[in-house]
Design a binder for this molecule. Structure first.
Ligand SMILES: C[S@@+](CC[C@H](N)C(=O)[O-])C[C@H]1O[C@@H](n2cnc3c(N)ncnc32)[C@H](O)[C@@H]1O
Length: 259
């Protein structure tokens, strides 16, 4: 059987970690994680991390936030391999189980998790309503859904600038609007649904990332990853900043509670 091409092979992991930190395939680092988890209590909890990537966040969920057990799922073997190494290095392997899953329904029984967490991964999952129902199913009553994700300000045809950005990213992004997200969670049965627009923060952060790519990190990134990858990403960041500036690309924090 031929495997689908990985979107996050080793060189992409290397590039993103150079920019965002070891084990991180999304922006913001520990500070942004702290903002996402403000008011949440993970101590002693069993957390499902959808799209755990290279595992940097799972290390912090255990070491800084006191989660008792993390089940990290991802569709790609390379990121899980990287995660295994990061988690072993952090000395928290007994708290974390990693699973490679197929895209589709979550392979868990009802009421298994205290918290379902995800950072910047649900953008890869097209059916937000199906996912909302499935997350609701696997959460225990009283359980929390806490996610950060990359949204688009509307559900219509992406603007030409957005299309240029998406083509340059070349990821299987299925961006949805805040309205659609909220509807997916409310229809699934979640209460206290809350969305927080992180556009202004990421717009400024992305400008800093581009400056790093063009300056401080430039030569080291080329030495590690080659000119082509770095140059392509500089172009992609330029296109992304355009749609962050118009507000069409609008990362959000998304929360809900299963009654
Ligand atoms: C932008 S990365 C974020 C990784 C990690 N959450 C972080 O913030 O560092 C998105 C991750 O979602 C994973 N992914 C894509 N589709 C998925 C799916 N259907 N189920 C679970 N993970 C998925 C990708 O393989 C990738 O590791």
């Amino acid at each position: 059987m031929t495997q689908p091409e990985e979107l996050y092979p080793e060189p992409v992991i290397g590039f993103l970690e150079m920019l965002w930190g070891r084990g991180w395939l999304s922006p913001g680092g520990p500070d942004e994680l702290a903002r996402l988890l403000e008011g949440e209590d993970l101590r002693g909890k069993h957390v499902l991390d959808i799209g755990c990537g290279a595992g940097g966040i799972d290390c912090l969920l255990v070491s800084e936030y006191g989660a008792a057990r993390i089940t990290g799922i991802d569709v790609e073997a390379s990121v899980l391999e990287a995660a295994r190494t990061r988690i072993r290095e952090a000395g928290i392997s007994e708290h974390v189980e990693l699973m490679q899953v197929e895209p589709g329904p979550l392979p868990f029984a009802a009421d298994e998790f205290d918290v379902v967490f995800s950072k910047d991964a649900i953008v890869h999952i097209p059916g937000k309503h199906e996912l909302g129902r499935d997350v609701f199913r696997v959460l225990k009553p009283g359980g929390r859904f806490v996610a950060s994700d990359w949204l688009m300000s509307h559900d219509g045809e992406p603007s030409p600038d957005m299309q240029a950005y998406l083509a340059s990213e070349d990821l299987d992004f299925g961006m949805a609007s805040p309205r659609l997200y909220a509807d997916a969670l409310e229809q699934a049965g979640f209460v206290d649904v809350a969305l927080t627009n992180r556009n202004a923060w990421y717009r400024d952060q992305a400008r800093r990332e581009l400056a790093l790519l063009q300056g401080e990190l430039h030569d080291a990134a080329i030495a590690e990853l080659g000119y082509e990858i770095v140059d392509h990403n500089i172009q992609t960041w330029g296109l992304m900043i355009k749609v962050l500036e118009t507000g069409e690309h609008c990362p959000h924090h998304v929360r809900g509670r299963k009654p």
